[in-house]
Design a binder for this molecule. Structure first.
Ligand code: ZN
Length: 237
């Protein structure tokens, strides 16, 4: 709550003018700058998510979801060894990027829909676009990993990362474990940011924020596995 200094009315944390006397409470945030906001998400998440919740336009959110989609597509290609279906990296990379962008844009609305519903059930305060903004900007570490770690993985293992023949672990065990470790760290960081963003944006307790994020994640992963079976990407268990 923000108390108006003029009339002492209690206002919502994210109001810019007083509901009673229209006095100025805090600066408007009309737009979000991708690099500035991403950097702030890394440096001081609470401040960043406050600004994201306050912003009138949640700029670059769909771009950040596309980044998540591309990252998930590469992960699926690795995990399901889909490399055997492609001639070379030159065929595989555009396919993974294309599928990833579509997956990212579709999941932006489905995942945010589920997340938003759960947050509201728990007593969350933000609107749908706020939820979209918080989840989108939680993907900042994923964007970082896609720009820095994926190229290293591709340069180190090439097609073997996606065919598993020979298995990349057999080729360079230290690099493989190190790079997988980095990816796990990125995933954990992303989830921690989503929880922090939920707490700040929806003004929920840390426990409720964790429940919202982890149930959303569980349903999303379940949906992905189901889709993989439907498209016959997994033939056996
Ligand atoms: Zn006032």
């Amino acid at each position: 709550m923000i108390k108006c200094t003029v009339c002492l009315a209690e206002n919502d944390d994210f109001s810019t003018t007083c509901i009673r006397c229209k006095a100025f409470l805090q600066d408007r945030v009309p737009n979000l700058n991708l690099f500035e906001t991403s950097w702030q998400v890394i440096e001081s998440p609470s401040k960043a998510f406050r600004k994201i919740a306050l912003a009138e336009h949640k700029n670059y959110v769909l771009f950040l979801f596309s980044v998540l989609g591309v990252s998930l597509a590469f992960t699926a290609f690795w995990y399901l060894r889909l490399g055997t279906r492609f001639e070379s990296l030159l065929d595989l990379i555009p396919a993974a990027v294309g599928i990833g962008v579509i997956l990212g844009l579709v999941s932006a609305f489905i995942v945010t829909g589920v997340y938003h519903l759960l947050a509201k059930t728990m007593g969350g305060m933000m609107g749908f676009r706020g939820s979209l903004g918080v989840l989108g900007y939680s993907m900042t570490p994923v964007a970082f990993s896609l720009a820095l770690i994926l190229p290293i993985e591709l340069l180190t293992f090439g097609m073997y990362l996606f065919t598993g023949n020979p298995h990349p672990y057999v080729m360079k065990p230290v690099s493989y474990v190190l790079l997988l470790g980095f990816d796990a760290l990125i995933a954990a960081w992303t989830l921690a940011l989503a929880v922090a963003g939920t707490k700040v944006g929806h003004r929920l307790s840390i426990l409720k924020s964790m429940i919202v994020v982890f149930v959303t994640l569980g349903l999303f992963m379940g949906g992905m596995v189901f889709a993989a079976f439907q498209f016959r990407l997994i033939d056996h268990v």
